[in-house]
Design a protein around this ligand. Structure first.
Ligand SMILES: [Zn+2]
Length: 411
């Protein structure tokens, strides 16, 4: 086969909907998605779904999960099961085989899955396998987009989503900003946090209400136990969160999900990167990308320009048990505190008063931490800022860079 023939064959496979197929020898491995949706009241829906392994040897992989919506707008029933397929797409790619869907899906979902499978399998051939999709029915993207001019924005309290919220509601960008109807926070997404302890959800919701009220936006909750899927945290947030938010598709036409990137990182190296995000959209529901051009350090400076109150409720902590507080002791808390110092800004009250010096430079031996620390030092150089903690960072970063070079040389 010459290259031209190969390209034509590949191109035609990639553009014909319904061509999703498992790898040879994998078609006997079958799974089935069943969904039961129940309207509980205005805007309140309970979606229970099962990802069922049909082969007896895979029985242990079956999972029953839920997503519960509690939002002020009536959302109406779903016309396609696209959101659930998207939530499970990366899970299914770790298994391969065939996914049967007990209900209709849209053509757009098929087109996007072809993209996601091709990108993922080519990049990580051992981790993600193409899978076949066999829905009961394939239909055109439903819903009436023109009747739903506004969308939702996902908020977590993190730096990326808070800055996105501020920029999208900034009168300065009124001409190009998205029209937002509601902010949504997903509760129960993080696997480590004890969501039942000490009124976690109430505290988180109160915090999100304070943040969104500053931008005159109401906030609603979606609850889920998707974290129960094995290796869940390693799967791209865009696909899972995009699927969850697409449950609002009968009322809203898009969701803004803040992207998270490290400068210097090739986007396609991470499935949660903005380059991928558009393909996590489903029938009748878009996921526009935002903030992709800014580094994390730049994002922090941009958010600080909205005033001290914009920083008061930041939650960046990487230690789930501590949420919704910042522990101040994990690598993510410490490097965010360092970024404030590098930007010449006071560390906000949502962090402990002191930086734990033992943790400065923690994780600087590998990506993405190397990239984040490099951003902090670039900011120091650009602004001429300095402090004891920043000097410690520079010293440790240099030492670790030398060690990395030496190890590279020896290998
Ligand atoms: Zn922390």
């Amino acid at each position: 086969m010459d290259l031209r023939e190969f390209s034509i064959r590949r191109a035609s496979q990639a553009t014909i909907p319904g061509e999703l197929r498992p790898l040879p020898g994998q078609s006997e491995r079958r799974f089935r998605l069943n969904v039961k949706s129940e309207q509980l009241g205005d805007g309140r829906w309970m979606h229970r779904f099962s990802h069922e392994a049909l082969n007896s040897s895979d029985r242990d992989l079956s999972k029953c999960l839920f997503v519960e919506l509690e939002i002020p707008q009536p959302v109406g029933p779903l016309e396609v099961l696209d959101p659930f397929v998207m939530m499970l797409a990366f899970r299914q790619m770790t298994l391969g085989g065939v996914l049967e869907v007990a209900g209709p899906v849209s053509r757009r979902l098929l087109r996007n899955l072809i993209q996601i499978q091709a990108l993922s399998h080519n990049r990580w051939p051992d981790k993600y396998l193409p899978f076949g999709l066999e829905p009961d029915e394939i239909i055109e993207a439903p819903y009436h987009a023109m009747d739903r001019p506004s969308g939702v924005i996902a908020v977590t309290g993190g730096l990326d989503s808070t800055l996105t919220l501020y920029r999208e509601t900034d009168p300065q960008f009124a001409e190009i900003g998205h029209s937002l109807g509601l902010a949504i926070t997903v509760v129960g997404y993080n696997p480590g946090g004890d969501r039942l302890a000490d009124g976690y959800e109430n505290r988180h919701m109160a915090q999100m209400r304070r943040v969104c009220a500053r931008r005159s936006l109401e906030v609603a909750a979606i609850r889920t136990d998707l974290w129960r899927i094995p290796d869940y945290v390693t799967r791209p947030h865009g696909a899972v969160l995009g699927g969850i938010l697409a449950l609002t598709a009968p009322a809203f036409s898009f969701a803004i999900l803040a992207s998270s990137t490290v400068s210097g990182e090739v986007w396609r190296e991470r499935g949660c990167a903005p380059e991928w995000q558009w393909s996590y959209g489903t029938g009748g529901f878009d996921l526009p990308t935002s903030l992709s051009l800014f580094t994390r350090a730049e994002r922090l400076v941009l958010l600080s320009e909205y005033g001290a109150s914009a920083l008061d409720d930041l939650i960046v902590c990487g230690t789930a048990e501590n949420l919704p507080d910042n522990c101040g002791q994990c690598a993510k808390c410490v490097r965010t505190m360092l970024t404030f110092e590098a930007a010449g800004l006071p560390i906000p009250q949502c962090f402990p008063a002191q930086i734990n010096e033992k943790l400065i430079g923690y994780g600087a031996s590998k990506q993405p931490e190397i990239g984040y620390y490099a951003e902090i030092m670039n900011l120091m150089d650009a602004l001429g800022t300095n402090s004891r903690a920043l000097r410690i960072l520079r010293r440790r970063y240099r030492r670790k860079a030398l060690k990395r070079k030496l190890l590279d040389f020896l290998s």
